[in-house]
Design a protein around this ligand. Structure first.
Ligand SMILES: [Mn+2]
Length: 371
């Protein structure tokens, strides 16, 4: 019994201003469709027994007509091929207001498609296997309720859990998004073991345990993912043999910071020419020049740097003057989602007169109400 697990396809994502001349589409938007097409191709060619998508099919709750067409056309093909397709909604496509309705209502109309998108637990039995689905829930209480609604039927041959969120064990697998869902060790909470847990949300391919896996995304939505692979997983549920299949995507490169101390502008251009020649063609590139002395800084021509990297797809430049570099050497801090920041703050509160537990709970409740 072969499962194909993919996630976080973010159809409809677009960035930068480059247009694909043939289609007139934003080129980054097209990159995401191309990545999706590669997975769909593979599904139709290798014909896994069941396909699971662990959320963030679309980048937004109201995807563009084009994004909808790309998704429906492919899902129609998978449906016509008789391959069951199980999908849950992620935080990116779940509407904040229920009255908006979900695009998944349309997807669920296809034969062989099983979609869970109503902020509650749903279970589908396909080919003897139970798929326990926990889609993104808008409220923490809904997630709690969904989690405790999970029921194992002894008649099922195998049990697969699908969910979308940030696994929070020793490591926190978050994306730093405001509305992301924190997932506890679900097996620990329920005292149940699943044959496989298909996770979505975290864009890197990670095994939490041998049978608890993030497949990662099929394209990169930010520089945080510059060194991650893009692709999908196949899992044989009989022998738990897993295989990761990388797909071809636009390279995203974070060049090592160039220390410009004691360099003249001309020397900097020389170094940049070498860097640009080392495989930055068609790539999204982040470049940072540090410790530029005042004199050089004035002479440095931003357009000349652009010209050196003319063959890149997109160049993101950061120039730091000598004193600025010193300032940025101080401990960098990253702002996470509000609940994470609140927890961090609570960990620093040492006032003995406070009921810490109660305060933490109250705070979390307010935050989730606000969300
Ligand atoms: Mn995502």
């Amino acid at each position: 019994m072969k499962l194909l697990h993919f996630s976080d396809t973010h159809l409809g994502f677009s960035e930068y201003t480059k247009i694909d001349p043939a289609s007139g589409l934003n080129q980054r938007e097209k990159d995401f469709y191309d990545a999706w097409d590669q997975v769909v191709e593979s599904i139709l060619q290798t014909r896994p027994d069941i396909v699971v998508h662990a959320g963030d099919l679309f980048h937004t709750p109201r995807p563009s007509n084009r994004a909808i067409r790309v998704a429906l056309e492919s899902i129609q093909k998978i449906s016509d091929a008789g391959i069951p397709f199980v999908i849950i909604s992620g935080n990116h496509e779940t509407p904040r207001i229920r009255a908006t309705g979900s695009i998944f209502e349309s997807i669920a109309l296809f034969e062989n498609v099983y979609a869970a998108y109503s902020s509650k637990y749903e279970r589908f039995r396909i080919k003897g296997i139970d798929f326990h689905c926990l889609p993104h829930c808008s409220l923490t209480e809904e997630m709690e309720a969904a989690l405790h609604a999970i029921k194992i039927d002894p008649a099922a041959e195998k049990n697969v859990l699908m969910t979308h969120g940030a696994w929070s064990g020793k490591t926190f697998y978050g994306m730093g998004e405001f509305n992301e869902q924190r997932l506890p060790d679900i097996e620990g909470v329920l005292g149940t073991t699943f044959d496989y847990i298909a996770l979505g949300h975290y864009h890197r391919r990670v095994d939490i345990k041998d049978h608890v896996c993030y497949s990662g995304s099929t394209e990169r939505t930010s520089f945080n993912e510059y060194n991650s692979q893009c692709g999908f997983l196949t899992i044989d549920l009989q022998n738990m043999h897993k295989q990761y299949h990388e797909i071809e995507t636009r390279p995203m490169i974070k060049l090592p910071p160039l220390d410009c101390q004691n360099l003249t502008a001309v020397q900097i251009y020389d170094k940049l020419n070498q860097l640009a020649d080392a495989g930055t063609e068609n790539a999204i590139v982040q470049l940072s020049l540090t410790d530029i002395n005042e004199h050089t800084f004035i002479k440095l021509d931003s357009r000349a740097v652009d010209d050196i990297f003319a063959k890149t797809f997109h160049l993101e430049k950061q120039f730091y003057r000598a004193e600025q570099s010193a300032a940025t050497d101080t401990k960098s801090s990253r702002i996470e989602s509000l609940p994470v920041e609140f927890e961090r703050y609570m960990a620093t509160v040492t006032d003995k007169d406070l009921d810490q537990k109660r305060l933490a709970k109250l705070g979390m409740d307010y935050l989730s109400q606000f969300e």
